[in-house]
Ligand binder design. Structure first.
Ligand code: PLP
Length: 426
């Protein structure tokens, strides 16, 4: 029997017989009692090991200027580290600061400062507005949405496209509603779709008319250098584009070494117009006398220069590319031609975006759980956890060892097919 026909073409009898086999496979996986987890985009132990030379660094206790890194001070971060990452992020070193271990914390700082104090181009602090709304490309990064929800910022969604956010939709919303104060973008190898924002899309976002005079693009370039192929996608140059469009303070860029060195002990970066960087540091300076310069210095000693970072990312790619290839192999083998799922083969980043038959994503996640496999909750990539089509599932293949990943993807495929047969025979 041809078992790779589109499921919607099968008769009810054919679907029932297929479902019987799938239920057996599902029950067999559940009976094994193994637990598998592809929920979070964490580096694997093998990736963390790549940076273990840092455990015996820094050798020096002073930075290039002779400052003792063990002491207070230097709120904007070590110049030599900022130089390395300015080159990698395509920004001027005087626009870039190096901070603590989390860029997400910097994003929260920026939002809190905007709410409390307003930006340098704000008529008033954002909390004094009747309401504040952000444009959220979906599917997107769940923590971005959680952060906005926590701070009482409303969310309006626009679709992600392969070229970045749907820029017509963004421009329409931003132009018509003064409560719309900003937007999220993961510009390169987006979480979770893998899309990269083109220079054309970035250029329109940088130049578009906005009803709010202080519209902010929170440009979270978390995966700027996290290539999975030898073709290294270049990030759009948002700060220059915004500046030459006459909106120098529109964009705030974030990045970190969480997925370069160690997710728990890396260095995070923020870049914007020099004046907006000063604005950020002024408020930060009320709560900090300086970052962990010892950690910053050991990063400098470990990498040497930007090419040192690039070479290090090649080692990550050697570990990660086979895992992403394996996800694609299993999904193609099991789901190809079935017309019940589409997924992407990203050129970088940490995720595979799986879209299943509408209104079956939560069923797939529930079936997977019964079989011992944890998947990110359906809807997680949407504001308030609400995927209106119940179709999107984010797969994070980096953390599990290869054998577990294969087993996890086989289980995903079984659950996707089983949920589809249920739906089609209901
Ligand atoms: N931004 C994106 C898009 C991410 O996917 C993640 C982690 O998954 C982060 C930020 C977290 O960054 P950090 O570790 O620097 O706080």
């Amino acid at each position: 029997a041809n078992d790779a026909r589109p499921l919607p073409d099968l008769s009810v009898e054919e679907l029932d017989s297929l479902a019987t086999g799938l239920r057996d496979a599902h029950a067999a996986q559940a009976a094994k009692g193994v637990t598998l987890d592809v929920t979070r985009g964490k580096p694997s132990a093998a990736q963390l090991d790549l940076a273990d030379a840092m455990l015996s660094l820094p050798r020096s206790t002073t930075d290039r200027s002779g400052t003792d890194v063990r002491n207070y001070g230097g709120l904007d971060g070590l110049a030599e580290l900022r130089e390395i990452f300015a080159e990698l992020l395509g920004v001027d070193v005087d626009q870039l600061i190096a901070g603590g271990n989390s860029s997400l914390t910097m994003m929260r700082d920026v939002l809190v400062d905007l709410l409390f104090f307003g930006a340098i181009d704000s008529p008033r602090p954002w909390v004094q507005e009747e309401k504040v709304t952000f444009i959220c490309p979906v599917p997107g990064y769940d923590r971005h949405f959680g952060l906005l929800e926590d701070l009482g910022i409303e969310m309006v969604t626009v679709p992600m496209t392969p070229d970045g956010p749907d820029v017509d939709a963004v421009a329409r919303i931003a132009a018509s509603d003064p409560s719309v104060k900003g937007m999220w973008i993961v510009p390169t190898y987006a979480n979770p779709t893998g899309a990269t924002c083109t220079q054309e899309v970035a250029s329109r976002l940088a130049a578009m008319e906005t009803a709010a005079p202080d519209f902010k693009i929170l440009w979270d370039n978390a995966y700027a250098i996290h290539h999975l192929t030898e073709a290294e996608t270049k990030s759009a140059d948002i700060l220059s584009l915004a500046s030459s469009a006459g909106n120098p303070h529109r964009a705030v860029m974030f990045a970190s070494t969480s997925k370069v060195t160690w997710a728990g002990a890396g260095v995070a970066f923020l870049a914007s117009s020099p004046q907006q960087v000063t604005w950020y540091l002024t408020h930060l300076g009320k709560g900090s006398i300086g970052p962990d310069k010892v950690n910053q210095l050991r990063h400098v000693e470990f990498f040497g220069d930007a090419d040192g970072v690039r070479a290090h990312m090649d080692r990550h790619r050697e570990i990660l590319a086979p895992k992403f290839a394996e996800v694609d192999r299993v999904l193609a083998e099991r789901l190809g031609g079935r017309a019940v799922a589409t997924w992407n083969a990203p050129a970088g980043g940490y995720f595979v975006n799986l879209d299943v038959l509408p209104s079956t994503a939560s069923r797939v996640v529930a079936l997977a759980k019964e079989a011992g496999l944890s998947l990110t909750p359906a809807g997680a990539s949407f504001p308030y956890g609400d995927d209106p089509d119940d179709t999107n599932i984010r797969l994070a293949p980096t953390m599990p060892p290869m054998e577990e990943l294969t087993e996890a993807m086989e289980t995903v495929a079984t659950c996707v097919l089983l949920a589809a047969t249920e739906k089609l025979t209901a």
